[in-house]
Ligand binder design. Structure first.
Ligand SMILES: C[S@@+](CC[C@H](N)C(=O)[O-])C[C@H]1O[C@@H](n2cnc3c(N)ncnc32)[C@H](O)[C@@H]1O
Length: 282
């Protein structure tokens, strides 16, 4: 029996775009207020669609049509709100688990098992390069659950780990967790805007894909970090570009590519890239 003829790219792009519009209409009907379960359920379904829709040629066509750039301002803040809701739940359960700990204990096993955080992905990134010479690392946009920092704590010997965030609730919650786990001697959480921070003295700089605007953040890193510093970026592709702006095409010249993870993965379709900063440009 003859199989169905493959659909042309334009038709595949139209089908994907119809789904995107359907999700957009459903999300427009929800309030995105804390406790809005319809919003959470629709976002969960939408992110399942993102993860499963890896037709790179169709997404390139959607991008060419201008639909990615047109839809990102709608989806990006909602993904942040959704992730906040998920991280708040994770925060509450970790605090319950760890607030009565007498001696330092890592939340790693619990974080590795949950799909929203970056703990497991950060662990995979550590296999890409040799980070053993690093002495001071910063997680830019650490969030209320600084899972990437917990991973660096557990899986490297980097003595000084710093989390940066500009949101007062995220700072309070991240500090609470660090203290509840007993990690405050090695992990410090500081307030500040990633676009204005001075990255001098850090030899490992890891950026949350949520730290925005992404272009301004990488410009600031290039303007202030020292030569030789390693930078980890999380980079969207295909449907992930509906959620996050890509910065690969506009990186400052100091960003010298060192390593990259394989195909994009996870709920947000991100790949991880490691760069070494070259000499400071005059
Ligand atoms: C949702 S959390 C996710 C962090 C997550 N644990 C990870 O590893 O990607 C992202 C955080 O980035 C912070 N953020 C976004 N833009 C920022 C900026 N310009 N400066 C500092 N923090 C920023 C937000 O406040 C938020 O808490």
């Amino acid at each position: 029996m003859m199989g169905d003829a493959p659909r042309p790219i334009a038709a595949r792009a139209r089908l994907l775009l119809d789904r995107v519009r359907g999700f957009r209409e459903a999300l427009e009907r929800s309030t995105a207020e804390p406790g809005d379960d319809t919003f959470l359920a629709t976002m969960d379904e939408f992110l399942g669609f993102v993860r499963a829709s890896d037709d790179a040629m169709a997404w390139a066509e959607i991008e060419r049509m201008g639909e990615v750039a047109a839809n990102r301002p709608f989806f990006a803040p909602r993904v942040l709100r959704f992730t906040w809701a998920m991280e708040s739940r994770t925060h509450a359960s970790l605090m319950k688990e760890f607030s009565s700990q007498k001696s330092p204990t890592s939340p790693g096993p619990l974080l590795r098992a949950q799909p929203w955080g970056a703990y497991a992905r950060m662990g995979e990134t550590l296999d890409l390069c040799d980070f053993s010479g690093c002495r001071r690392a910063i997680m830019v946009g650490c969030g209320p659950v600084p899972d990437s920092l917990f991973c660096l704590h557990d899986q490297t010997a980097i003595p000084e780990l710093v989390g940066l965030d500009h949101d007062s609730a995220a700072l309070r919650m991240a500090r609470e967790l660090v203290c509840a786990c007993g990690f405050q001697d090695r992990i410090r959480i500081v307030g500040g805007d990633a676009r204005a921070f001075d990255y001098a003295g850090f030899d490992l700089i890891c950026c949350s894909v949520f730290a925005a605007p992404r272009g301004a953040v990488v410009e600031r890193i290039a303007a202030t970090a020292g030569p030789g510093a390693l930078v980890i970026l999380r980079e969207p592709s295909g449907p992930g570009t509906l959620l996050f702006e890509s910065v690969l095409g506009a990186l400052p010249a100091r960003f010298e590519p060192l390593a990259a993870s394989a195909a994009p993965r996870g709920r947000f379709m991100l790949s991880y890239r490691v760069f070494r900063l070259g000499a400071i440009q005059e």
